[in-house]
Design a protein around this ligand. Structure first.
Ligand code: ADP
Ligand code: F6P
Length: 324
């Protein structure tokens, strides 16, 4: 263990994700098993600036593996984006004897963690977001639960869509990333998938597709639309007018972020949380935990933030081939 690390803090930041609690538990219990003390910081960077900090022990994280959301709460904090806020946060860490900090969240939260590291507080990021959009990692905590929740909801919409022989536009989360849309599109057998990576989708092509599918005997037409494209209700009105096929829009919204985490999210959460505690205990700083090629690994935060990830082209092509 690095001699200067005795106490670590843990917080969750940005959008919550199922499995964050498993990650908190992983951090707390692994840190304790390495001889460290742990402090929980409530409401992300906002709570850090407000000194919402409490001691945690092994029992603080009992009975939380199956809970959705985050027991530490989460927030977005404008003040922390400014240098003054970051300096103040680093001072607060020192005042509370926090020698290192685990930040569970997405890219934005990692950018904040990097700034704290630059102000002298060792930090480690853990990828917690339903969007699967952390470039350095093949997995992000919360994705599996979110896509399964969305998949079950779309199955239900599909039943009624078929009974009424309608077109259904179902909007799933993902402002900047189409992973949830792509996975649900394949899992639910959608006729069309709209993703923000391809913002210039062609509405006339959608309309032609619906009309040609009708002629070929398809009883419904499911369009999975990512939040980043959005406008599902107005799209539905235009499509109905152009095709003559009754069209309804369903926006799944925040239900996708809730619920008891799947096994996968509990396991990745536990492992990544524990790995983060290990990194701090070993004296590492300014790192992001990732899962790549079957292993838990870590990257420099700046390097991780500069990495790019694209929707897998083969999956996109196959999703179209399977929708014939
Ligand atoms: P996510 O972590 O899910 O990407 P956000 O982008 O909303 O979520 O970021 C969460 C919080 O992290 C923000 O409210 C802000 O306090 C902090 N943050 C985001 N970007 C930066 C940045 N570039 N510098 C410092 N802090 C940031
Ligand atoms: O990043 C997770 C996410 O759920 C995105 O898919 C979505 O665009 C965003 O958060 C919504 O955030 P909010 O909680 O502010 O509505």
């Amino acid at each position: 263990m690095a001699p200067n690390i005795k106490t670590i803090g843990v917080l969750t930041s940005g959008g919550d994700a199922p499995g964050m609690n498993a990650a908190i538990r992983g951090v707390v219990r692994r840190a304790i098993s390495r001889g460290l003390k742990v402090k929980g910081i409530y409401q992300g960077y906002k709570g850090l600036l407000n000194e919402e900090i409490k001691d945690m022990d092994a029992r603080s994280v009992s009975e939380i593996l199956a809970k959705g959301g985050t027991i530490l709460y989460t927030a977005r904090c404008r003040e922390f984006r400014m240098e003054e806020g970051q300096k103040a946060a680093a001072e607060i860490c020192r005042k509370h004897g926090i020698d290192g900090l685990v930040v569970i969240g997405g890219d934005g939260s990692f950018a904040g963690a990097r700034m704290l590291a630059l102000h002298g507080v060792p930090t480690v990021g853990v990828p917690g977001t339903i969007d699967l959009d952390i470039a350095c990692s093949e997995y992000t905590i919360g994705f599996d639960t979110a896509v399964n929740t969305a998949m079950e909801a779309i199955d239900k919409v599909r039943d009624t869509s078929t009974s009424h022989e309608r077109c259904s536009i179902i909007e799933v989360m993902g402002r900047g990333a189409g992973y949830i849309a792509l996975w649900c599109g394949i899992a639910n057998g959608a006729e069309d998938i709209l993703v923000p990576e391809n913002y210039d989708y062609n509405e006339q092509e959608l309309i032609d597709h619906i009309i040609s599918n009708r002629k070929r005997g398809k009883k419904h037409h499911i369009i999975v639309n990512a939040e980043g494209i959005g406008h599902s209700s107005s799209m539905a009105r235009r499509i109905e007018a152009a095709t003559g096929v009754e069209t309804r829009a369903t926006i799944l919204g925040h239900m996708q972020r809730g619920g008891s985490p799947t096994c996968r999210d509990r396991v990745y959460g536990s492992m990544m949380g524990a790995y983060a505690a290990d990194l701090l205990a070993d004296g590492k700083s300014n790192r992001v935990v990732a899962y790549r090629h079957g292993d838990y690994v870590d990257y420099d935060i700046q390097e991780a933030l500069e990495m790019q990830k694209e929707l897998p082209d083969y999956m996109v092509r196959i999703s179209k081939a399977l929708a014939i």
